[in-house]
Design a protein around this ligand. Structure first.
Ligand code: IPM
Ligand code: MG
Length: 360
């Protein structure tokens, strides 16, 4: 199979972790007799520096042409005070939207070798295995009206959370389908005791439920969900929610996995004629400018994103499993980066990437 992959390393540690992810991708592709065509594009702060825009047209074109896109991270502190339109993050929102990747899958798994890395008690974390399904193309991130207007005491900031029935229905079906292939439990997160968007959300989810009689459905309010994720995370299998709730709760999920550096994500859209999903793959962690360029960052979130790409965009399940097994072998060896608090000297980013590639 020929894999046409666009790499978009972005800012900060994005460059370092993407390099290691590509190393692993190249290894798995050659081992299983596939061929790889890599293209590179700019996004985020580096794109602003080189082209004036966080999401250059050239990047949009390349992303639409590629079978799948592998992203690093965006964000640089120098843009902290810039308006949303001029920030690196705008590039990420742009590429998610143009690809139509409405379903962001964030698997949260407690790796046995990392139980001690979580600040939570072992018995709470052991056996955690869930997928957070975050709606990624709508909600308050994109809703209008938005902006800051006026001055003085009446200066006002506005954002709008809005969802259509169709948007809710497609992410709900994605959640149900995933649950069907796992432990057959779907939890829908909302704030229906306060928000109209959430009331519609809950109603649409309930209307779709009869299509999946084999899947158990429960609803939970977002504040309670934040608490349950720490108290009893094992109760969750697939957890579906709107965009901003998913942004917030998935960072909380990172604590269960030992480090946010561990979390991969797959953002998928419609199926293409060849059956593969349009996909954008990125680690959940950000650009971490404080440790950028030091060869310290954990590349496993990015490498796990390669595994997700192989599975969802190319249907290569065996190859994806090989990457997961290699990651597990490296975790078990204890040669991991500083965020995972290894007993001896921490491994570097490139050492971990080499070790995973060699274990395939
Ligand atoms: C994430 C990130 C992004 C988001 C930022 C960088 C725009 O926090 O992927 O979780 O809010 O979606
Ligand atoms: Mg986030």
């Amino acid at each position: 199979m020929q894999l046409n992959v666009l790499t978009v390393p972005g800012d900060g540690i994005g460059t370092e972790v993407t390099r290691e992810a590509v190393k692993v991708l190249e290894k798995v592709v050659s081992k299983y007799g596939h061929s790889l065509k890599l293209t590179d594009a700019l996004l985020g702060g580096i794109a602003i520096h080189q082209t004036g825009s966080p999401f250059p047209d050239d990047t949009a074109r390349k992303a639409l042409d590629a079978d799948a896109t592998l992203m690093g991270a965006v964000g640089l502190p120098e843009f902290d005070n810039a308006p949303p339109e001029k920030r690196p993050e705008k590039g990420l929102l742009g590429i998610r939207k143009i690809l139509g990747v409405y379903a962001n899958l964030r698997p949260v798994k407690a790796w046995p070798a990392l139980i001690e890395s979580s600040p939570l008690k072992n018995h709470i974390v052991e056996g955690v295995d869930m997928i957070i399904v975050r709606e990624l193309n709508g909600g308050i991130y994109y809703g209008t009206p938005r902006g800051i207007e006026g001055s003085g005491d009446t200066e006002r900031g506005t954002n709008t959370m809005t969802y259509t029935r169709a948007e809710i229905a497609r992410i709900t079906r994605m959640g149900f389908h995933l649950a069907r292939g796992r432990k057959k439990k779907l939890t829908s997160v909302d704030k229906s005791n306060v928000l109209e968007t959430s009331q519609l959300w809950r109603r649409v989810v309930n209307e779709i439920a009869p299509e999946f009689p084999d899947v158990e459905l429960e609803h939970i309010l977002v504040d309670n969900c934040a608490m349950q994720l720490i108290l009893r995370p094992k109760q969750f299998d697939v957890v579906v929610m709107e965009n901003m709730f998913g942004d917030i709760l998935s960072d909380e999920g990172a604590v269960l996995a030992g480090s946010i550096g561990m979390l991969p994500s797959a953002s998928i859209g419609e199926r293409k004629p060849n059956g593969a999903f349009v996909g954008l793959y990125e680690p959940v962690h950000g650009s971490a400018p404080d440790i950028a360029g030091q060869n310290k960052a954990n590349p496993l979130g990015a490498i796990g994103s390669v595994s997700a790409m192989l599975e969802y965009s190319f249907g290569l399940k065996e190859e994806a499993a090989a990457v997961n097994a290699a990651m597990e072998a490296v975790l078990n060896s204890g040669r991991v980066t500083a965020d995972l608090k290894p007993k001896g000297t921490p491994a570097t980013t490139s050492e971990v990437g080499d070790a995973v590639a060699n274990a395939i």
